[in-house]
Design a protein around this ligand. Sequence first.
Ligand code: SF4
Ligand code: SF4
Length: 174
Amino acid sequence: MSNDGVPQKSVVNNVPSSDFAKEVEKEFGGEGIMKCIQCGMCTASCMVASMADRYRPRKLIQKILLGKREEVLSSELPWLCMTCRLCEERCQEDVNLAEIFHAVREIAAREGYVPKIFQNTINKVLEDGWLLKDAYTDFVEDDRSDLGLDPKLDWNDDFVKKVKKRYFNGGNKK
Ligand code: SF4
Ligand code: SF4
């Protein structure tokens, strides 16, 4: 506690440090995971958590810290974070949850754990070059032309192959 009564940030090494937590910590974006003190402010702040009982960011961080690798990677939960960062605004330990869950998704994707619904979305974009095909109107074409851009949104085949190789090569387990 500081002189003016404001609580200071914790400097205590308070976490169970599993191999999986260390793995996430080494992944880009996952660096802050060991700072979590499990206060629960993130869950209380999270709009996704307020809509879905099964999504609890504090608990998800706890599972990573405890080393529940298979359970976390094979779960859809890390994919439900919508990166609004409200939890990060309120976390007194400066834990960057959205980045941590992104790091977890990177590991999951490398191992073929992209949830089916996201695979379908990516496939749709790769096939059509556009997620909402009907939304690609003349207006958009005109807009692109006005900006000096090619009005066609065809995908580069090499890019498509690279994305498929990177995200779907691990043998999809979901
Ligand atoms: S608010 Fe921060 S410290 Fe508290 S549980 Fe969430 S991530 Fe951990
Ligand atoms: S960044 Fe993710 S975990 Fe944090 S409040 Fe937003 S949706 Fe919830």
